[in-house]
Design a protein around this ligand. Structure first.
Ligand code: SME
Length: 149
């Protein structure tokens, strides 16, 4: 599944659209084609502030358009610079709930010139769905997105 999606991600990157439109296309591609991806979005560092701001996303609208560094899974990844796989969101103390249907989450940081400038965030309604294949694929997605930022 991920091997089939990689060239599609790359052709979106190469398309003739704005960066935000390309990222929206990628969110929609992933949400539509990966059965355990129910919400897909990008957060980016908000200027000089120690907070994340929601960018393009596919799925239900969320109230959490601004997330301070350190808060929730996303805010922790902004500081740790490492992938964060959460098999069961209910077992997490520092978690910001977006929807009661969400069971699991994965957040993978996005690096530009070695700096953690944002992340891709996936929510899943399936318990414990993520494997190393998701991490490798999402690292690839972020590597591609960094080319247009
Ligand atoms: N659950 C995230 C907040 C963002 S929503 O999933 C869209 C977190 O704990 O950081």
């Amino acid at each position: 599944m991920f091997d089939a999606l990689r060239p599609q991600v790359s052709s979106i990157i190469d398309s003739n659209k704005t960066p935000d439109a390309k990222m929206l296309d990628i969110c929609e591609l992933l949400k539509a084609n990966v059965p355990h991806y129910d919400w897909v979005g990008f957060y980016f560092k908000n200027g000089d502030k120690r907070e994340l701001k929601l960018g393009s996303y596919a799925g239900a609208p969320t109230d959490h358009t601004i997330i301070p560094f350190g808060k929730g899974i996303c805010g922790q990844v902004a500081e740790s610079n490492e992938n964060f796989v959460v098999p069961d969101v209910q077992a997490q103390d520092n978690y910001i709930a977006c929807s009661i249907t969400v069971k699991a989450e994965i957040v993978v940081p996005l690096f530009l010139n070695g700096e953690n400038i944002g992340q891709i965030d996936i929510d899943s309604n399936t318990p414990d769905p993520f494997t190393e294949a998701d991490e490798t694929f999402l690292e690839f997605v972020n590597f591609e997105v960094a080319k247009i930022l």
